[in-house]
Design a protein around this ligand. Structure first.
Ligand code: SAH
Length: 197
């Protein structure tokens, strides 16, 4: 059973990485018109996300992290694994859709390009940060699929501080660039959870 959910984690990680690489190739740095320098702490959390995925791979391919295994009853392992599979599927779907909707407005940095447009359609119609939402789901899936205190929780350790540090800065940049249009967009959308009322 453990092997099966380890394989699911590998597939999810691979699909997510292919999506990122594919859409990342469209990024054109030469058209940037307004850029924010990001503090070392933000870069550290981004680096930590990469480390978290490497820890996942170490857990899958070796027994080095087995001392930190979390022993759950069999039925709970199944429940966590199946839920993790569904959540990783949702994460990858959302990552793909948010990249497709954001198209060439995507950037790995906090910046806007000369021909930047405000995207409010597709998944952006419901939430302002679907890509971060996808990473939250990814980290939750990692915790559910890998029953290990280090490899399982590493994704959450990276994404939680990154999200709370970066999103307010990004929204500030968007407000400066798009003014009332973004302000109005904020009133009808949630950050990572859709506004129901
Ligand atoms: N926070 C978004 C996008 C992350 S990519 C998400 O989670 O899906 C980061 C870049 O996207 C930023 O540099 C910013 O310029 C751009 N961006 C963020 N929201 C945008 C929007 N609604 N329309 C266009 N560009 C956006």
């Amino acid at each position: 059973m453990n092997k099966f959910f380890k394989a699911i984690f590998l597939v999810g990680l691979l699909v997510g990485s292919v999506t990122r690489t594919h859409y990342g190739r469209q990024y054109r740095q030469d058209t940037v018109s307004n850029q924010r320098t990001e503090g070392g702490l933000t870069l550290f959390f981004m680096w930590l996300w990469g480390v978290a995925q490497i820890l996942g791979l170490v857990y899958v391919f070796s027994n080095w992290l087995n001392f930190a295994n979390c022993h759950l009853p069999r039925c709970l392992r199944w429940l966590a694994g199946v839920t993790g599979t569904i959540v990783f599927g949702a994460a990858n779907w959302l990552l793909w859709r948010s990249h497709a909707d954001l198209a060439n407005n995507w950037s790995p940095r906090l910046e806007v390009s000369e021909d930047h447009t405000l995207v409010t359609n597709g998944v952006f119609r419901y939430i302002r940060h679907p890509m971060y939402a996808a990473h939250w789901l990814w980290a939750v899936a990692q915790a559910l699929l890998l029953p290990n205190w280090i490899a399982g929780l590493a994704g959450l350790v990276a994404i939680i501080p990154l999200y709370f540090r970066r999103v307010p800065q990004e929204e500030q940049l968007m407000l400066e660039q798009f003014g009332d249009e973004y302000q109005e967009y904020m009133t009808r959308t949630g950050r990572i959870v859709p506004r129901i009322f």
